[in-house]
Design a protein around this ligand. Sequence first.
Ligand code: SF4
Ligand code: SF4
Ligand code: FES
Length: 601
Amino acid sequence: MATIVVNDIEVEVGAKENLVQAAQRAGIEIPHYCWHPSLSVVASCRMCLVEVGEKSHDGTITMLPRLMPACQTAARSNIVVRTNTEKVKKAQSQTLEYLLLNHPLDCSICDQAGECYLQDYTYKFGNAQSRLNEPKVQRLDKYHIGQQIALFTDRCVMCTRCVRFTREISGTSELQVVNRGSVEEIDVFPGNPCDNKLAGNVVDLCPVGALCSKDFLYKKRVWWLKTQNSVCQGCSTGCSIHIDQEKDRLYRLRPRENPLAQGSFMCDDGRFGWKYIESGNRLLAPRIGRLRDVKSTGERSSARELAATNMSGSHWSGSSSVQQVAAESSNEHIAVNELSRTDPWPATLDATRHAIDQIVAKSPERFVAVLSPMMFCEEAFLLAKYFESLSQKIMLALGPVPIVGEDDLYPKRSNGSPPAAGNAKFAIRAEKCPNRLGVQWVLKHFQREVISFESVVGRLDDRSLSGIYIVGGYPGPWLDDSLLRKFEGLSTLIVQDLLISPLTDMATILLASASFVERHGTVVNYAGLAQEVHQAIRGPADVRSDGRLIFELSQRVGLYDAKAIRQEMAREIPALAGLSSELGSRGIQLLPCDEGTSVHA
Ligand code: SF4
Ligand code: SF4
Ligand code: FES
């Protein structure tokens, strides 16, 4: 490790670090725009200029006469860096004055305000006043630049991060610099907008308010947002993310830098794919009885469900099977008053236990529990343990593992083909679930093999089942019509799910569960990286988080605590023993477990 001196502070630096990173280790900020750790170095913005010198063996220091860009200078042994001299301060303020020459003073309406490096650096390193007397050059905004992104052209500081991203990471090269000098600007070729699947990342990369997300535009000032660390559930890559919310409403997902997961980026499927969480398709309360039976026989049930809907957050206001029932109830107002403060869960969980016990007492081999690859490890562990405690003859199976196409690798080559083997910088995986591996490890522990969903379908076909407890949690339809018909003959169909579907309508008992932003837990990605998912918002009032739901179903004493369950799981399941330590913000790599990746039909 090399040792360098930054403003008289000695720091050890890692291999291939530059002076911006070295200064960060010393707790010193060197302002920068064009440099980003995941992109090539162009040293074009000149914001990072510092004084650089060298310490010789006799201790004398020789400083270079001119300033050097810190982003382009390697941190070598004996280098001396000064970031706080008059010369450096003057360069910083002059660079900012230049960048602000034509920058509109529209912070008050700019989406980036509050997280803008032009604002922050101007406050810390800039001049208080502009000396420009002439009118500013004005440029047209470009809403056409991409389906998800808009360009506020005159806010651009020409750092070219966005251009380099589309060349070096997505490989799609849509963005470019057109013209030169005072009229240069970012643009796309006519008819070729920046619509690649990683396009949203240019919004995060843009250090100012030039590139903005259309999805988030003018929705919320960022200083009102509260941020929680989480993991994207869109595919088995498991990109680390930030969840930004206010008052239990989601506003945006952003990538969270994690070299163990996927670096600094995420794809647009994950970034914008969370809308199902606040859709009108959410299940808002549990239900006892098939939907059609409840509809035909009971105002009481329907009113209970309507009450649950009323108690829910107002933004879960779309139609649901619950609301359909309520709307068709003739006597709902009276019953709502009567029941609006009733918690529907104790009765539902009693009924669930009773339904399971009835089958298990007679023929446990005719009961199957299907665990979803969308579940967190703790939830899968609790459910498997519950069924094991009832009877070891209950079959535990893995739910459908959604596979869509093939892994989508980046950067694309100029003809659109994937990169050569070993050159991929980003992968959107074909396996569209976050925790197949973790759930498989749990199943393997309890049953010594992983029984696939096809086996369950086979048993439905030969009518050797009396009851199923099946967990969904997928963000969209997950059973096709031909499969759904196979569930029709079951006398007991307990469905734990998130969204309304024909299967939830069919359920004899419906357990309305929570989305990933409403739960705590652990997921293990395709490569065995275990990361923690933290609850970011509270879900609808009468929805139970899956962990709590199963905890209460299995009549454990106390309150559900994902961390405590994780410790218990780590003690019991050798493949997950690594989860006994703190996972930190980056997660931990669990030992590769070959058995965990094979599924036996
Ligand atoms: S649009 Fe943003 S990221 Fe692109 S060059 Fe301008 S300032 Fe940099
Ligand atoms: S690559 Fe997968 S995990 Fe990463 S953001 Fe996209 S969908 Fe989410
Ligand atoms: S960050 Fe170093 S020149 Fe732009």
